[in-house]
Write a protein that binds this ligand. Structure first.
Ligand SMILES: [Zn+2]
Length: 313
């Protein structure tokens, strides 16, 4: 769409400013770099694009945490090739063991990099519903990605080996404790967030989109409730699933809450007035159009998802 080149250029500038290392992987066509957003925490900004052969499916914010004793991959990237690039970036910085890989939800741009870490034999951490969601969708996602990149670059579907139940979970990297929380249906039905309370840093994964229009694949009221829950953690800064590599949490949540609230209210009103789904898709959420990249690619789908959910209220 027309906003892509502008957004992409802004993305590249944003990534290059403050970057700590230049990309060295020949396969990664879009020249990604990593920002060190906090001591030992490295994040690659994904461009506001759909997955293509050029970006290797690496459209989310991938990254890792280097602790005293081990490395945790907070988001492995969007394909085997993207994950391999990320693993090279880890190995360029440390030879500490890669013991934990977080698959923070079912979507391919945050899951398919996991295959690059199988040789490290880490635990793969996920939501209790992730295995079922991957069992239903994983092969479909893999085939789509393989058609785009070739099967050797797409990678396998990797299942979680450790799930985070209602009581939460903790990973101790020696000098840093990371706590995990499995969320109710929101962005998807398998959203897992990570919090470094010591650093005041939240990793909400795709519960937080910044700049790129969110995609609704779980529950609209649920997502709004989970945003409230994330804010109560009091983390000053966050690494969103899409957008800049580091944002101020409350300021970044505000536009997302505004979009989701507008979507909810517009769709509820349309249903109350007896409008059809097609009629509703033509109008709901449009007041937010100027605030988001890729708006036209996702808003209609979000309205459809919201309508299906809210018509049963
Ligand atoms: Zn997602």
């Amino acid at each position: 769409m027309s906003s892509e080149p502008r957004t992409f250029a802004a993305t590249r500038r944003g990534v290059l400013v403050g970057a700590t290392a230049l990309c060295c992987a020949p396969g990664l066509a879009f020249g990604a770099t990593l920002d060190e957003v906090a001591r030992g925490v490295f994040v690659r900004r994904g461009p506001d694009q759909e997955a293509t052969a050029g970006n290797l499916g690496g459209i989310g914010n991938a990254g890792f945490v280097i602790g005293r004793d081990a490395v945790l991959v907070a988001d492995p990237g969007g394909s085997l090739a993207d994950g391999a690039w990320l693993r090279d970036e880890i190995r360029a910085r440390t030879d500490r063991p890669i013991r934990h890989v977080v698959i923070n939800h079912v979507h391919p741009d945050h899951a398919f990099g996991a295959g690059a870490f199988l040789g490290d034999a880490p635990e793969f951490i996920g939501h209790p519903r992730l295995a079922d969601e991957l069992a239903v969708r994983g092969e479909f996602y893999r085939e789509k990605l393989a058609a785009l990149l070739g099967p050797e670059r797409a990678g396998p579907v990797v299942m979680p080996t450790r799930t985070v139940g209602a009581e939460g979970a903790t990973v101790d990297l020696g000098d840093r404790r990371l706590t995990f929380r499995s969320h109710g249906p929101a962005h998807t039905r398998s959203d897992l967030s990570m919090h470094d309370a010591g650093a005041g840093l939240l990793f909400p994964a795709d519960l937080l989109f910044v700049g790129r229009v969110p995609s609704l694949d779980g529950s609209l009221p649920g997502w709004l409730a989970e945003l409230d829950a994330l804010e109560t953690l009091g983390a000053r800064a966050a690494v969103p699933g899409h957008g800049p590599t580091l944002v101020e949490t409350a300021a970044a949540i505000a536009p997302l809450r505004r979009y989701l609230t507008t979507l909810r209210d517009d769709v509820r009103r349309a249903i109350a007035e007896g409008r059809t789904l097609v009629e509703t898709t033509a109008t709901a959420g449009l007041s937010q159009r100027g605030d988001w990249a890729l708006f036209d690619d996702y808003n209609g789908r979000n309205v459809t998802q919201a309508y299906k959910e809210l018509e049963w209220e």
